[in-house]
Write a protein that binds this ligand. Structure first.
Ligand code: PMP
Ligand code: GLN
Length: 378
């Protein structure tokens, strides 16, 4: 039986985390925190399990959690969304993205996306018969060339995917970007998938520009979020999609046969935990400190950091150290020097190699300090 994805191997995140483990390297590759999550939310999950909330949750998500999400959205983006019809809880942002694509993309439909792009987008489009059209973000600032976007729109273009704050570059889209996207989406009747999993990991006083803040755009968008990022619990795999009811109705048709629902006790715990804004509103400050600590520690090395405005990833150029390709550099760094990073070329469909590595700074200070002690010696 022929493969649907003959060119796809194992995700780079799995490959690098395994290599880090095999070689005893400090793992700054795959994006996940190495510190504990809040005891309070663990106790809430435990309590809901003991109280016997262990059967299927409603297909679109536990009612209490959808209500809590709607009030967080109102508070954060000033937008009123109907929890009954406009929010769906999913097993991570990944399944939300897949369900959205499965719901709307059919054979030959073109989807515009920007490289470097998150690794699940392209296979999700192709598994649903779509044609990914990869554009490059501009160097060195990883901005979007909207004039090029306009040129690439054809009669088959159905969807455009954005990600802000951006993995792996740490770039963020501006209000002007969103307004231009809104004009393009409305003019060409495109569906927008907005991956906003790092919505709260944004620094230096910059405001996150959600599609939910732009009424024209929101009417044609599905925004995707992840509690994995917001509550440091990537292993829980709980996220959600937000969008107009007519679109969400279609997304739910796919979601109900891909995952059906998400585990009940964690949803109920999240619903309760979200009642306290302090639990999520200070996240930007928390990670900004980590970014700044990492930058401070890497100073004096020959690695050259690129600006990081959001996400928990820091790009660095290693041109001052080596001219080898980034995949080889990441392997050598992991195997020989015992610090694991992600090579950025893997986020490019055409494997463009700008000689950049991605370090995840969602780590304890001691982990970052140990890694940087090694990096400073290279
Ligand atoms: N989109 C981006 C840009 C991400 O970085 C991630 C997580 N690494 C996801 C989606 C997937 O999130 P989740 O783990 O909630 O599926
Ligand atoms: N999103 C995480 C990263 O970019 C990894 C998620 C995964 O391993 N699938 O590192």
């Amino acid at each position: 039986i022929p493969s649907r994805l003959p060119d796809v191997g194992t995700s780079i995140f799995t490959v690098m985390s395994k290599m880090a483990l095999d070689y005893g390297a400090i793992n700054l590759s795959q994006g996940f925190p190495d510190f504990s999550i809040d005891r309070q939310i663990i106790e809430l999950v435990h309590r809901y399990m003991v109280e016997d909330h262990n059967q299927y949750a409603p297909m679109p998500g536990a009612v209490a959690l959808r209500n809590a999400i709607a009030s967080v959205i109102g508070r954060t983006y000033g937008r009123s969304v109907d929890p009954e019809t406009e929010i769906t809880v999913t097993p991570g942002a990944t399944e939300a993205i897949f369900s959205i694509i499965a719901a709307f993309i059919t054979t030959g439909d073109e989807v515009l996306l920007f490289d470097p792009s998150y690794d699940s987008y392209n296979p999700a489009i192709r598994l649903n018969g779509g044609v990914p059209v990869h554009l490059h973000m501009r160097q060195p600032d990883f901005s979007i060339d909207w004039a090029e976007v306009r040129q690439k729109i054809t009669s088959r273009t159905r969807m455009i995917m954005i990600n802000t704050p951006h993995n792996p570059s740490g770039a963020v889209l501006s209000a002007a970007d969103l307004l231009e996207l809104e004009r393009i989406a409305l003019q060409h009747n495109l569906l927008v998938v907005s991956d906003e999993v790092y919505e709260r990991l944004i620094y230096d006083g910059t405001l996150h520009q959600s599609v939910l803040c732009y009424p024209g755009l929101a009417a044609q968008s599905l925004a995707v979020f992840s509690f994995g990022k917001t509550f440091h619990a990537t292993g829980w795999k709980v996220g959600y999609a937000v969008g107009p009811s007519a679109l969400m109705k279609e997304v739910r048709k796919a979601h109900q046969f891909i995952a059906f629902s998400v585990n009940t006790p964690v949803q109920l715990a999240l619903a309760e935990y979200l009642q306290t804004p302090d639990h999520y509103e200070r996240l930007g400050d928390f990670y900004q400190q980590k970014r700044d600590f990492f930058l401070e520690q890497i100073k004096g090395s020959s690695f050259e950091p690129r600006p990081c405005k959001g996400s928990y990833f820091q790009l660095v150029s290693y041109r001052g150290i080596s001219s080898q390709p980034d995949v080889a550099m990441a392997e050598e760094l992991t195997q020989k020097f015992k610090v694991a990073a992600i090579p950025v070329s893997v986020f490019y469909q055409d494997k463009t190699d700008n000689r950049l590595l991605r370090f995840c700074f969602a780590k304890k200070e001691e982990t970052l300090a140990k890694a940087c002690e090694i990096l400073r010696k290279l």
